[in-house]
Design a protein around this ligand. Structure first.
Ligand SMILES: [Zn+2]
Length: 240
């Protein structure tokens, strides 16, 4: 295989490398839509957990208020029974005051229970609404994730295919030339090999010194551009 043919094969490797670079870039890049929906879902999930905790707190407070009210009502019944048995006016007055206090407490305990009931109803309505929205967000998030995974897997198989293609082209190139190309490509923004035509390097657009240009046209040795250091290939194989 002539050097020109090797350089042509190298050019194909370079084309494949450019496609591989694009694939790799896409592969590591999570689309904004997915990031956004993930964030929205996680925020809503945290909010729903907070609501769950609040609801639990209200339930406990409601039960406590209810039991306290029941106990106080029992106390009231006992006091009323006791009052009926009282004969002395002074004792009766004292009992009346006690009954009044118990009634007052009972009423405030009932108020507390009603307040907790109200708080519970409000929270329950908000809970239902937030959980419905969380369900929608979860489904959107799952859909977006599935789509992303499908794209990723498509990219992976495309990259495997490209690697194979690269391997095929690289087989006919001397190892040292391939290594040189890879080094330059990394240093020179993804382009390690360029054509030189009409005396000019297509990479940096500088004139190649005539003697070097003639050397390149002869196709006997590897020539790099003195300005941008990229590998040069002659425009066509005529006379090579
Ligand atoms: Zn150059």
């Amino acid at each position: 295989m002539s050097l020109y043919e090797e350089l042509m094969a190298l050019e194909k490797v370079q084309l494949v490398d450019a496609s591989l670079d694009l694939c790799k870039k896409e592969h590591t890049f999570e689309p904004g839509a997915l990031t956004q929906i993930r964030q929205a879902f996680q925020e809503r999930e945290a909010l729903c957990q907070q609501l769950d905790q609040k609801m639990e707190g209200v339930k406990v407070a409601r039960t406590q208020a209810e039991s306290a009210h029941v106990l106080n009502e029992e106390r009231l019944q006992r006091a009323l029974v006791k009052m009926e048995a009282v004969k002395k006016p002074a004792e009766y007055q004292a009992m009346t005051r006690e009954v009044e206090q118990i009634k007052k407490l009972s009423s405030s305990l009932l108020d507390e229970r009603l307040r907790q009931d109200e708080a519970h109803d409000l929270l329950q309505a908000e809970h239902a609404q937030q959980f419905a929205q969380l369900g929608q967000l979860r489904s959107d998030f799952e859909k977006e994730t599935q789509h992303f995974t499908a794209v990723q897997s498509e990219l992976s198989s495309r990259m495997a295919q490209l690697q194979q293609e690269r391997q095929q082209h690289a087989e006919s190139i001397q190892k040292s030339l391939l290594k040189q190309y890879e080094r330059i490509r990394i240093a020179r923004k993804g382009i390690g090999l360029v054509v030189a035509s009409l005396g000019r390097c297509a990479g940096c657009h500088m004139m190649v010194p005539p003697q070097l240009y003639n050397q390149l046209q002869k196709g006997q040795e590897i020539v790099t551009c003195p300005s941008c250091l990229r590998l040069l290939r002659p425009e066509k194989s005529a006379g090579l």
